[in-house]
Design a protein around this ligand. Sequence first.
Ligand code: AGP
Length: 604
Amino acid sequence: MCGIVGYIGKKDNPQIGLSALKRLEYRGYDSAGMAVFNPEKQEIFCLKAKGKISELERKFYSAPFSGSPFIFHTRWATHGEASEINAHPHWDCQKNIFLVHNGIIENYQELKEKLEKEGHKFQSETDTEVLCHLIEKYFQGNLEEAVRQALKEVRGTYGIAVISKKDPQKIVAAKLGSPLILGINQDEFLIASDPAAIVSHTRQVITLDDNEIAVLSPNNFFILKEKPIEKIEWDAGEAQKQGFSHFMLKEIMEQPESIETPLRGRLIIDQGLAKLGGLEPVKERLKGIERLNIVACGTARHACLVGEYMLEEYTGIPVEVEASSEFRYRKQILDKKTAVLAVSQSGETADTLEAIKEAKEKGIMCLGVVNVVGSTISRETDAGIYNHAGPEIGVASTKAFTSQLTVLALLTLFLGRQREMSLVMGQRIAKELLRIPELMREVLKSEAQVKELAQKYKDFNNLMYIGRKYNYPIAREGAHKIKEIAYVHAEGMRAGELKHCELALIDENFPTIAICPSDSVYDKMKNAMEEIKARQGKILAVATEGNNEIKNLVDDVIYIPKTLEMLTPILSVVPLQLFAYYVGVLRGYDVDHPKNLAKAVTVE
Ligand code: AGP
């Protein structure tokens, strides 16, 4: 989704902005732009390009210029097509004010009509451009004052960075509902929508809160409220590909570590307990909850569907998983004994954030399972658990997903032991959780085999994914991955439902991926696979090591090690991630930047 980078300081080389912007490429975008104040000419030079940042870079190097401050942007179209004219920065009638914006201005039509009547001339189809003209309207020499006045009239969400040639020694940044962080370094300040953009410059950051305005000058910065300086705990290297051809592959391969970190220090094996510091403040209240509503989107929601099985089986708490985008639009039957749990990798997903706000308004306790430390959802919730999976760059969520499953297993142990779960069961789950990273390393050894299978199945345009119980959500996640990365149509089904409809689609050209570990529903899975075989459907199975009989039933098998049924999904999803990855690569797609998608979906 859109990305913002801004710089003010002694270095006057816009290359800084270009490389910072490239670190945001993973978020997905369709155009890019930059505005640089050149002190000698007292002018702001602006460049824009449709498509990749490399196109902007090419334009810049064909006639380079220098200066500071500068602001950069990647746009993901919401209002108006992806084009050079709609790309940011936008400017006012006098070409005095240049602005980049993330978010959506909901009342832009009415503001635009009003401003046009007052004589302002618009160039683009964007909602953003109204901000430039509104600021122009209020500008009397002091940029922050004009921004402050203008924002009073705006409804919607924004993270903005603004520069002006008539008040040039500053960047003014403001935020409402769209993240912005301020980076602090010796003699320079940066602003960005994502820490990944600036972590190679500084780890000293301040996260702006909603309705705050920051003013950055070459030697100083000012925010309308005193804020503590925080430290980013990961380094720039963790956000690089480190020799892998794609971030997605790197992130799949580093899963043993990214599920080990959330477990570190959180298990007391002999007492069969999970120690979750983030839940301490609400520990006693949690003993009294009688219902749990979980909200999440996309892949995070699939993790929650697995969590639903875990939590209901081991804690006895009724759980409902709802797509965040639906939560606030239906009648919610919530009472003070209900808790709402939001699960989000980015911690910025607008739909999930809005669901949380809705629940908070009703006085409901809100918890979070979030990967990005300090993100909006982590700050909006009453208490929560961080995934600690490290930065996830690939748009397709992989390591965040398995770390979400791991954290949900920890939560199950935590809440289960507050209730009916026995000491012995607690110890069993805790011990097995500690083994999971090692078992994951075993699964990853199947990479070469999965690559060969991807070659074999890559030309099918339809795939059926089936599973039951704990592995039904994994069927959905497998289908989700291949759709977003390889653009293959896929269905993720409960195996038992197949015979009620989708079996009609099955023939030799519509293969099935069956997730069928040796668990409590294996025999039922076998029935579904027999039905598929009877209709000449090909089957690729993910099964438990030692299950040799399955070879007689299916065309291909990938084995995973045996573990507790509730933890099987953490392993069974991995071959499906690799399969989607290799099918996408073999079909020639840029798997780190799937078309039309963004990493953090910050619009509703
Ligand atoms: C995952 O592969 C997708 N890109 C997407 O479905 C994602 O899981 C969803 O947008 C939720 O994001 P979040 O976890 O950051 O809230």
